[in-house]
Design a binder for this molecule. Structure first.
Ligand code: PRP
Length: 214
């Protein structure tokens, strides 16, 4: 195997789980675990170079072919979209998009136009469009749970993992919008150019993803 592949990893929780998966597959991830000030981390015993990025940038790098591979949450894929192959559900980073409302509120009771706050306006808009409901979606950059408390929105569409954040803010999830987990994505040209290298990497992920998901 001659060509080195480049992978973009989503910083944070998904990065930790990705490294765990690679190590189970026998890859030495010391350079990623001790990055110093370097931005590209070459694995010493496998032809893979890793960059650490914010989730939407993972998609941008893979779409543009500056990274052959990426690991990113389905949440970002659903919101941002893009042109790449989504080849595998890695099984970790599991959570869901949910519609949540203030406790005791019957969201579907009235015919008035509802306002929805979300960090994921495309996901929220598509969800209600599929129901044939006309809603106003307001994009919020963080702590979306505040929007109903402040009176800005009737409901939110947000990521729910344990449900603790919703509960602490008097909100209840009433519908799952979509399940979420980490996905392995591949640049379409790289898939053809470096087929053997990419298939070897995919095989390793496939074999060890179950253990990393625990
Ligand atoms: C997400 C989400 C919720 C929280 C849900 O935020 O926006 O606020 O996690 O988790 P829970 O159901 O276990 O309480 P995250 O921690 O990813 O931070 P962010 O607001 O910066 O996106």
């Amino acid at each position: 195997m001659s060509n080195r592949l480049r992978i973009a990893l989503t910083k944070g929780r998904l990065q930790d789980k990705s490294v765990e998966l690679f190590e189970r597959a026998g890859m030495d991830c010391t350079p990623i675990r001790h990055p110093g000030r370097r931005l590209i981390h070459a694995l010493p015993n496998y032809p893979l170079d890793a960059v650490l990025s914010k989730a939407p940038d993972v998609i941008t790098y893979v779409e543009h072919g500056v990274c052959d591979l990426g690991i990113v949450g389905k949440d970002t894929i659903l919101e941002k979209g893009g042109s790449f192959y989504e080849v595998m559900d890695l099984g970790f980073g599991k959570c869901r998009f949910a519609l949540a409302v203030p406790e005791g509120q019957d969201f579907y009771a009235s015919y008035k136009n509802r306002t929805i706050a979300s960090k994921y306006p495309n996901v929220a808009s598509r969800f209600f469009a599929a129901k044939g409901m006309d809603v106003e979606v307001i994009k919020i950059e963080g702590s979306v749970e505040l929007a109903p408390i402040l009176g800005l929105a009737d409901a939110i569409v947000d990521i729910v993992e344990t449900g603790a954040t919703l509960k602490a803010n008097g909100l209840v999830p009433i519908e799952t919008v979509a399940p979420i987990s980490a996905r392995l994505i591949v640049n379409t040209a790289s898939m053809k150019l470096y087929k053997n290298e990419i298939l070897d990497f995919i095989e390793k992920c496939e074999k060890y993803r179950g253990e990393a998901a625990k």
